[in-house]
Ligand binder design. Structure first.
Ligand code: Q46
Ligand code: ZN
Ligand code: ZN
Length: 314
């Protein structure tokens, strides 16, 4: 098979576009798809500062590398969740990448702050690890980005992730979630803008990008991940994609172009107060993060103080 651009031997075939590319033109394709996503949703500009949430996996490291290659000002943020060997290995991959490229990387470690990892914290507040983890990660990312002056938080969600989430949300008619399934959440008060610049690329493409660019990423999944449903949705979509290439893309892009406008309700102004413990915005008296930490007998302000320390080291 020949590359559609230069007619040299192709290295990768993208079935849904019926296109084959050599290595160089595949990288160009990846850049083009990412730029298209950034421009279409006005995610950020070359002058803005972006904080990339890096986990050590293929998607987030590819995202960081793509943004830097495209000339964006992107720093990394790694949250060490204290999940044994998995966290150690993934942290090493992220540090290795940042050092190699001489990029700025912020690290917040739960174990260092609390002496506990996510599993123990979740056990203490009687929640499953992923729900505790989600709350903690969102809180830390937002606070760090805001305090350190970033304009946007970028995450490595890809087309497979977004299509699977969309399928799950439709199967259960989760209107509240469907309304916010665009690849951008604009900034709101104290909440920093959140964007997903890789929503036009599949996970096979982000892995291929890392392999071609020799980016060393962690292949293992987080051992806490037991989300059988999301895996099932991904597998179902893969069956459809195999039979009819382009299904995932049509499904998600079609939703963005045609479907979401019927679902989005008039934006109601939600009254935000300041959390009585940490001062962060919340609809309740105490924010969900502080509630969780209170239940786990941990001081939520310790996180704020660590972020203050990061700020003073700037
Ligand atoms: S890191 Fe955290 Fe994920 Fe691990 S504990 Fe669950 S949410 S699976 S993306
Ligand atoms: Zn080529
Ligand atoms: Zn709070």
């Amino acid at each position: 098979m020949k590359c559609i651009k230069c007619k040299n031997e192709a290295s990768i075939y993208i079935r849904r576009h019926n296109s084959a590319f050599c290595k160089d033109h595949f990288i160009e394709y990846v850049f083009h798809q990412t730029e298209k996503a950034i421009k279409q949703y006005k995610m950020f500009t070359q002058d803005e500062k972006i904080l990339v949430a890096v986990s050590g996996g293929k998607d987030s490291l590819a995202l960081w590398d793509i943004l830097i290659s495209l000339g964006y000002k992107a720093d990394g943020m790694y949250i060490d969740l204290g999940i044994g060997e998995y966290s150690e290995k993934s942290k090493e991959k992220v540090k290795k990448y940042a050092n190699k490229k001489a990029l700025k990387l912020h690290i917040i470690s739960l174990k260092e702050i609390y002496g506990l990892g996510i599993e123990e914290i979740a056990k203490r507040n009687k929640k499953v690890p992923c729900s505790t983890c989600g709350v903690i990660k969102r809180y830390i990312m937002n606070l760090t980005a805001r305090e350190l002056g970033y304009n946007a938080i970028a995450t490595g969600h890809n087309l497979d992730d977004e299509a699977a989430t969309l399928l799950g949300n439709i199967l259960h008619w989760q209107i509240d979630y469907l309304e916010v399934q665009e690849p951008i959440h604009k900034e709101e008060g104290y909440f920093v803008r959140k964007v997903k610049p890789l929503y036009r690329l599949t996970e096979i493409e982000t892995s291929a990008y890392c392999i071609i660019k020799k980016i060393d990423y962690i292949i293992d999944e987080c051992p806490m991940s037991h989300d059988a449903r999301s895996l099932m949705y991904k597998e179902s979509l893969n069956i459809l994609e195999n039979k009819s290439p382009g299904t995932k893309e049509h499904f998600y892009y079609g939703f963005l172009e045609k479907g979401i406008k019927y679902i989005k309700r008039q934006e109601e102004k939600i009254e935000l107060k300041n959390c009585q413990i940490c001062g962060e915005p919340t609809t309740k008296d105490i924010c969900v993060f502080c509630k969780q930490m209170e239940k786990a007998h941990l001081n939520s302000l310790d996180i704020k103080n660590s972020i203050e320390r990061l700020k003073s080291q700037q």
